[in-house]
Design a protein around this ligand. Structure first.
Ligand code: ZN
Length: 145
């Protein structure tokens, strides 16, 4: 169970700072070493915190657009996402939030929910796209080790 306490608020505040520093639009807790089901996103200049998120596609309609990720800087790949989703989550006070999102916000949310499940954009691409960025991925791997 998540406790909606000062620690959680502190983590969210730190994550906001980190996201601002790198000028990102989303950051999940496990990207920055916190073992919490929490992510933050910037939607129309406002930063939101979502805890224990659950995502439901609202239709089978998808589209493909280029996405990047702070965890693999410089890599941009076409990722297929649902166009419309419903997000159920809690805010930092433990209150339930229900949102229906479409287009870019829906994409950002799916990206972050993926992170919490350990899924990256490079796990969502086909073999052609993977070959195209193979050198880039190799470079990143070498830098990290
Ligand atoms: Zn990411």
């Amino acid at each position: 169970m998540t406790s909606f306490d000062g620690e959680l608020a502190h983590i969210a505040a730190q994550m906001k700072k980190t996201m601002q520093e790198v000028n990102g639009v989303g950051l999940s807790a496990n990207q920055v070493g916190f073992d919490k089901a929490l992510f933050i996103v910037k939607l129309s200049d406002e930063t939101y915190v979502f805890v224990n998120p659950e995502l439901t596609p609202l239709s089978n309609e998808t589209n493909k657009t280029e996405e990047g990720c702070l965890s693999i800087p410089g890599v941009w790949v076409d990722v297929e996402r649902y166009l419309k989703v419903r997000l159920s989550a809690k805010n930092l006070e433990g209150e339930t939030i229900e949102l229906e999102l479409e287009g870019h916000p829906a994409r950002v949310i799916q990206h972050e929910v993926d992170h919490l499940a350990g899924v990256l954009i490079i796990d969502r691409i086909g073999p052609d796209e993977r070959r195209r960025i193979a050198d880039q991925l190799e470079e990143i791997k070498n830098k990290a080790s």
